[in-house]
Design a protein around this ligand. Structure first.
Ligand SMILES: Cc1cc2nc3c(=O)[nH]c(=O)nc-3n(C[C@H](O)[C@H](O)[C@H](O)COP(=O)(O)OP(=O)(O)OC[C@H]3O[C@@H](n4cnc5c(N)ncnc54)[C@H](O)[C@@H]3O)c2cc1C
Length: 391
């Protein structure tokens, strides 16, 4: 065997799994198709990740949190959900567990950089950057991966951390529920006249969904979801016209806005793998569960999957038998734990999206009444806060 563990994908999930195994003697390889310079200094990608308290603790344990400048961490005090033209807002604050905030926001490229910095010098890790995987397979004895340049790696366990349209998942023959919505998201950083007070808003308006995430000072990340061609049209506007368009679509709630940097566009598709494990193989991060971003849990779940698998592998390895990291019992335990962690929030998120984006008049009326009723049930909002915070 060239390695014990081969991870395909050096995104946040793949790097987190490697970091979780830093204290073991396992020989680990990460194969990442992006060049090394991009891993060391990832480009701004527009994503602002809402981290739960649990994720912050996990990043601390992995040694990544210390690489994030505290001035670049924005507190998230409250989340408000708005429905169409109704002045009524459903609001979620800290759940009374002693925390003063729901969570915090950190840019995705900073998290990626911090995770890379945490494991860059790890003695048991080899990072093969600028290399795409072209073929792979597993049998009873081992997992095998072939790189585009013809290099072959063999290991005891193969992990797919290669995003929602995972090549590893496909090659292993694992099916997935895939929902290509035909919609796309545009994310852009905006400066504005008024204070956001640490409040995130998710506004499900007729025909558009617009979220505003509070960053440092008078800046927010705007996340606009529309039909894909309309998003492409907006993304092609110059900075002033785009800023005027976002100000108009947000009805001037934060005053006049101006664009910082450039807009980034992402197609909106959700995926859920039918299995998270196969013979000598496992899926983590978006390769396992590709969430709708509306409840801001994709990264959080991906990190949780890496930590769960990493913990099980470290325990098995400490037990002595090196092949135990790929045992079917371990992989079944990982699959069961991650399904339990992900299925409820995946289903709830899709229900929320369905409820809020249905445009028929009857659906709108039901939504309006449902939201008002929900606001009168304190236990409900406390439970939602708890789900969002994961203290
Ligand atoms: C606009 C937007 C906003 C979001 N906001 C939030 C949020 O607020 N909170 C939250 O929790 N989540 C959020 N998410 C989700 C979060 O960004 C993802 O869940 C997370 O980045 C997934 O990490 P990953 O490591 O699984 O995959 P990725 O980040 O996609 O990384 C996969 C890596 O695998 C590499 N790769 C792919 N194929 C191959 C191959 N064949 N060979 C070698 N390498 C390969 C890729 O180059 C990439 O580096 C958001 C997503 C979007 C689009």
């Amino acid at each position: 065997m060239t390695h014990d563990l081969i991870i395909v994908g050096g995104g946040p999930a793949g790097l987190a799994l490697a970091a979780a195994l830093a204290d073991t003697a396992l020989r680990i390889a990460i194969v990442e198709r992006q060049p090394l310079e991009t891993l060391i200094e990832p480009a701004v990608d527009g994503r602002e990740i809402a981290l739960t308290h649990r994720s912050v603790r996990a990043l601390q344990t992995l040694g990544a949190w210390g690489w994030i400048d505290p001035r670049q961490v924005s507190p998230l005090r409250e989340a408000r959900v708005l429905n169409g033209g109704s002045p009524f807002a459903l609001s979620f604050g800290a759940d009374g567990s002693g925390e003063d905030r729901l969570g915090c926001l950190v840019s995705n490229h900073r998290i990626r950089r911090a995770l890379f910095a945490a494991c860059e010098a790890q003695g048991n890790l080899e990072i093969l950057a600028g290399q795409a995987v072209s073929a792979l397979g597993t049998d009873r004895e081992r997992a095998e991966v072939e790189l585009a340049d013809g290099t072959r790696l063999t290991g005891r366990l193969l992990v797919g951390a290669d995003s929602r349209f995972s090549f590893v998942r496909e090659e292993l023959g694992i099916g997935a529920q895939v929902n290509r919505t035909g919609r796309a998201m545009m994310v852009c950083r905006m400066a504005h006249d008024l204070d956001h007070e640490g409040v995130a808003t998710e506004w499900f308006d007729h025909g558009q969904t617009i979220a505003m995430l509070p960053l440092g000072g008078r800046e927010s990340s705007a996340v606009l979801t529309l039909a894909a061609p309309e998003i492409e049209r907006l993304a092609a506007l110059d900075a002033d016209r785009l800023a005027a368009e976002i100000t108009r679509r947000y009805e001037g709630r934060l005053g006049r806005m101006s664009l910082i940097g450039k807009a980034h566009v992402y197609p909106l598709a959700t995926t859920y793998a039918r299995h998270f494990a196969a013979r000598r193989a496992a899926l983590i991060g978006d390769a396992a569960v590709g969430m709708h971003p509306v409840t801001a849990h994709g990264f959080n779940l991906g990190l949780a999957s890496a930590c769960t698998l990493g913990r099980l592998m470290a325990e098995a390895h400490r037990g002595g038998r090196s092949d135990a990291i790929a045992s079917s019992l371990l992989l079944r335990r990982y699959e069961a734990a991650h399904r339990l962690a992900s299925r409820p929030i995946y289903t709830a998120t899709n229900m929320i999206v369905g409820l809020y984006t249905a445009e028929r008049p009857a659906a709108r009326a039901a939504r309006h009444l449902g939201l008002r009723a929900a606001a009168r049930i304190p236990l409900l909002s406390r439970n939602v806060s708890r789900m969002l915070m994961q203290t």
